[in-house]
Design a protein around this ligand. Structure first.
Ligand code: RIB
Ligand code: CA
Length: 309
């Protein structure tokens, strides 16, 4: 039986690669996509999701737009990483099909209420929509089959030395999410930086024809950190969150108590991870079967490529 996933995202280079995985894996049923402002503004993340839906032909999947600003504070974006469009060098045809008429928060609540215990909720952007949904209907914490985020870190950040971008962009929302009555699977930077599109990976992806040339490579090779002397490829952060739902066997995890720093002058958005807590609220993947991960991802991308027109 396919696992149902509702993906809340801010496409975004790696969000787009995560959408490709969720769409392409026959053991995943993508039941909905909701968008949030993050890497780039909400209008662009939403347009990118709509364009990806038509380019990859998952037109039956509803897409609902959500929050464009964080719960508190200023909007923080990452166009310097993802490009002004949010999709790097990938240039997709303009979307023609409409959004779902509901706000993302209502879409998430309606979807989880309609299928109690059946939908795996995954968030790969700032957690604003998820926090708003929890405030509107706290019961969703018990209605989701699981809840997985790409976000946080138990060592260093990427937006600041202390904070990972998705948490940094809306610390208040992240705090609400980690305080809710569910276990958060926190796929953080310590894990996702193990999932890099290295030279050999890119060479294998490049054999996937038109899909590789038009989408996968422009997304997976766009960002190079010029400050990283040991650079060995772009991390596909968000792909790891979807992969954890589909293939948890590829990950080793530890329970932890995660709290979010909201007021630190230097540490706002830091996830403070206590692996020794007697009151865990999260499961934190710490190790990845890297070869197994890429074998899985490349296999699914190959399935899509074989039918892509
Ligand atoms: O820190 C990486 C995360 O921030 C990813 O989700 C990426 O898409 C950006 O949103
Ligand atoms: Ca993202």
């Amino acid at each position: 039986m396919a696992k149902k996933i509702l993906l809340d995202c801010d496409p975004g280079l790696d969000d787009a690669l995560a959408l490709l995985l969720a769409h392409g894996d026959p053991d995943i049923e993508l039941v909905g996509v909701t968008t949030v402002g993050g890497n780039v503004g909400l209008q662009r993340t939403t347009s990118n999701a709509l364009a990806l839906r038509e380019y990859l032909h998952f037109e039956s999947v509803p897409i609902a737009a959500g929050a464009g600003e964080p719960l508190v504070g200023d909007t923080r974006e990452a166009a310097h990483v993802h490009g002004e469009s949010g999709l790097g060098n990938a240039h997709l045809p303009e979307p023609t099909l409409p959004l779902d008429g509901r706000h993302a928060v209502d879409f998430i609540i309606d979807s989880l209420r309609a299928s109690p215990g059946a939908i795996h909720l995954v968030a790969t952007g700032p957690l604003t929509n998820i926090a708003l949904a929890l405030r509107q209907e706290p019961a969703i914490a018990r209605l989701a089959a699981s809840f997985t985020i790409m976000g946080g870190s138990f060592t260093r950040g990427n937006a600041t030395p202390a904070a990972e971008f998705n948490i940094y962009a809306d610390p208040e929302a992240a705090s609400v999410v980690f305080a809710a009555d569910w276990e958060v699977v926190m796929v953080g930077l310590d894990l996702t930086l193990q999932a890099r599109a290295t030279g050999p990976v890119v060479q294998r992806l490049a054999t996937l024809g038109v899909l590789a040339n038009e989408l996968i490579l422009p997304l997976a090779t766009y960002w190079v950190d010029a400050n990283d002397k040991n650079w060995d490829g772009q991390a596909v952060h968000d792909v790891c969150a979807v992969a954890h739902v589909a293939r948890p066997d590829l990950f080793a995890s530890r329970p932890a108590r995660v709290e979010v720093e909201k007021r630190g002058a230097l540490t706002s958005g830091m996830t403070v991870v206590d692996f020794d807590s007697a009151y865990p609220n999260a499961s934190v993947p710490v190790a990845l079967d890297v070869a197994g991960f890429w074998a899985y991802v490349e296999h699914v991308y190959g399935l899509v490529a074989a039918h892509h027109a």
